[in-house]
Design a protein around this ligand. Structure first.
Ligand SMILES: Cc1ncc(COP(=O)(O)O)c(C=O)c1O
Length: 380
């Protein structure tokens, strides 16, 4: 095969999709509780986003960022009026959004070090790979971009130890996604914010997996009552159209002056339109409340379901980002769930991660739960 084998591919080729349902090339149907790893938050091919992109396609696909892009301005206005941020830089992916955040923090503070956390995941580019607190992601690529220090998750003392006079920023996920669906404790987040404030360190929240409505607010930091300096978004922001964004407070604006940063495709008319249309859907009245309720329901049902399974350590998560931690490797369970018609993800070797579209119906949740119940008990 003429592709680099960067991805261990599953033995299923998906060809068609609508909402929460996907179909493979043998016409088998699955409930998609992966959402393309937290991307298809509005389900597959959401009508409103498809229409908006089609309309834009019939007018203009791409212009350079040397011209104003109206859809970019509209998407930025929605983002800033529904967050505590004041300015947006559009790019194409999560890694690029985090790159922009790291560059901005270093430029503004004139300092170099960024403190991140063990089990974090921030991307695969050189800076974001170095920021990622997982040795397996960095292995084999030689000397990392410096300096990044990895503090211990949910450990206040460790943050205090790692922040010093060379620290530009502290960067974290509200719920570590790839690292095992590990939510930060409220008191820990407040501590990190306070210490950042008092030491002149910028607080960057990586909302690439937790944002775009996934946890029941547009961004998860809102749920925790935080006031970060920079946040990053991607994945669900374009409903499957590649778009990323870095959002910052007004006092950072001048640090990204003309010529300081850029991206040819960043926020082009098509991707900015996808972001605008996606945000409009997420912010419709009742949508986020519904996500919270469905998330609560799913977590409660799962907790009840696994009560008699010794092999399950914990059910945890926020909104519709839920993890089930097992005592052993979950790959065989995930494979069997797929055979039975439910697609789920791993998050590390021993955690099953459930990321259904935010538009999933209660009937679809119940259908998936019935299959999970059967397979979990069979495999326990
Ligand atoms: C929290 C977090 N940050 C960054 C990234 C990187 O995003 P991308 O793959 O779009 O570069 C991911 C992707 O999984 C992520 O979950």
């Amino acid at each position: 095969m003429s592709l680099f084998p960067t991805y261990p591919r599953l033995p299923v080729t998906l060809t068609d999709a609508e909402g929460t349902i996907v179909r493979d090339d043998d016409n088998n149907e699955y409930l998609d509780f992966t959402s393309g790893i937290g991307v298809n938050n509005l389900g597959h091919r959401p009508v409103a986003v498809q229409r908006a992109i089609e309309e834009q396609m019939n007018r203009l696909w791409h212009v350079s960022n040397i011209f104003p892009v109206p859809a970019q301005k509209e998407a930025a206005e929605i983002l800033t009026s529904h967050s505590s941020m004041d300015a947006v830089f559009f790019c194409n992916s999560g890694a690029e959004a985090n790159e922009a955040a790291i560059k901005l923090a270093r430029k503004h503070t004139g300092k170099n070090k960024v403190v991140t956390f063990g089990q974090s995941f921030h991307g695969r580019s050189f800076a974001t790979m170095a920021a990622t607190g997982q040795e397996k992601v960095r292995q084999g690529f030689g000397r990392m971009l410096e300096p990044f220090d990895y503090a211990v998750w949910n450990d206040q003392e460790s943050v205090e130890k790692n922040i010093d006079e060379t620290t530009a920023a502290c960067m974290l996920e509200i719920v570590q996604g790839e690292g095992g669906v590990r939510p930060a404790e409220q008191s820990f987040l407040e501590f990190v914010q306070d210490i950042c404030r008092s030491r002149g360190v910028l607080l960057i929240i990586d909302e690439i997996q937790t944002g775009a409505g996934r946890t029941g607010e547009l961004f998860a930091y809102e749920t925790m009552g935080l006031d970060p300096d920079i946040i990053t978004s991607a994945k669900g922001l374009g409903s499957g159209f590649p778009v990323g964004a870095m959002l910052g407070k007004a006092f950072l604006k001048d640090d990204f002056s003309p010529g300081s940063h850029g991206s040819t495709f960043g926020g082009n008319p098509l991707s900015a339109t996808a972001a605008r249309a996606t945000l409009e859907e997420i912010l419709k009245e009742g949508f986020l409340n519904d996500v919270k309720e469905k998330g609560k329901y799913m977590k409660e049902q799962l907790t009840k379901m696994v009560a008699d399974i010794d092999g399950v350590k914990e059910v945890r998560g926020l909104g519709l980002m839920i993890g089930v931690e097992w005592e052993y490797e979950v790959k065989p369970i995930i494979d069997e769930l797929r055979t039975e018609g439910v697609l789920v993800l791993p998050a590390g070797p021993d955690v099953i991660r459930l990321l259904p579209p935010l538009t999933v119906t209660t009937a679809q949740i119940d259908a998936a739960l019935r299959i999970l119940d059967e397979v979990f008990h069979r495999k326990a």
